[in-house]
Design a protein. Structure first.
Length: 185
C-alpha cells in the first residue's frame, strides 16, 4: 500500500478513506466557483458526505484492482486537493492518466508541483509505469505550468475533447516518460 508522504510542513499526500467523505464534500463546496471552469457539471448529491464516501469506496476498489489510485492532499483532516492516477494500463503500454485539483486557498504555494513529482515517482517505482499522460483545457495555463515544471511535454491538442460548461472544450495533451528500462526490469 502506498505510504503517506509529507509534501509541505502542513500537507500530507495520503490515500482517502471512507471517513474522508464529509471532508471531500466540503472541499468541493469550498471550490465550486474555482473548479466550475474546469470540471463537468455534477449532480446536486455530489456535494454530500454520503455521495463522496461512496466515491471513495469506489476509489478503493479501483486501487485494489490496480486500475487507478487517488490521493488526498491533506491539511490535517481538511482536503486541500486531490491527485490521481486514472486508467492504469499494464502490459506493453504501462501508462496512466494524471488528474488533479486544489481548493482555492491552497493555490499558488507550489503544492501541486510537489504532488505531481511525488506521484510520478510512485508511478515509476511502485506501479512500474513507463508513461504518464495528462490533458488540460487550452485556457488552463496554471495546470499547464505545473505539468511543464514536472517534466511533462505537450505532444498535441485534442479538439472538442471534454464537455465542460455546456460546450465541447479543446485540450492540450501532455506526457512524461518515466523510464526506458525493459518491462522485466
Amino acid at each position: 500500500m502506498t505510504a503517506p508522504r509529507q509534501l509541505a510542513a502542513d500537507i500530507e499526500l495520503r490515500l482517502f478513506t471512507p471517513d474522508d467523505g464529509a471532508a471531500l464534500a466540503d472541499a468541493y463546496r469550498r471550490s465550486g466557483r474555482h473548479l466550475a471552469r474546469w470540471e463537468p457539471d455534477r449532480p446536486a448529491e455530489w456535494l454530500t458526505a454520503e455521495y463522496q464516501r461512496d466515491r471513495i469506496i469506489a476509489m478503493e476498489e479501483r486501487y485494489h484492482s490496480e486500475r487507478g489510485v487517488t490521493w488526498m492532499l491533506a491539511d490535517g483532516d481538511r482536503v486541500a486537493g486531490l491527485i490521481g492516477l486514472n486508467d492504469i494500463i499494464g502490459g506493453c503500454l504501462r501508462s496512466a492518466d494524471v488528474g488533479y485539483w486544489l481548493t482555492p486557498e491552497y493555490v499558488g504555494r507550489g503544492l501541486m508541483t510537489v504532488a505531481v513529482e511525488a506521484v510520478a515517482e510512485i508511478a515509476d517505482t511502485e506501479f512500474k509505469l513507463h508513461r504518464l499522460a495528462a490533458s488540460t483545457q487550452v485556457a488552463n495555463e496554471a495546470s499547464q505550468s505545473v505539468l511543464r515544471r514536472t517534466g511533462f511535454v505537450q505532444y498535441g491538442t485534442a479538439t472538442e475533447y471534454l464537455y465542460i460548461g455546456g460546450a465541447w472544450q479543446d485540450s492540450h495533451l501532455f506526457q512524461r516518460i518515466l523510464h526506458n528500462r525493459p518491462l522485466d526490469a
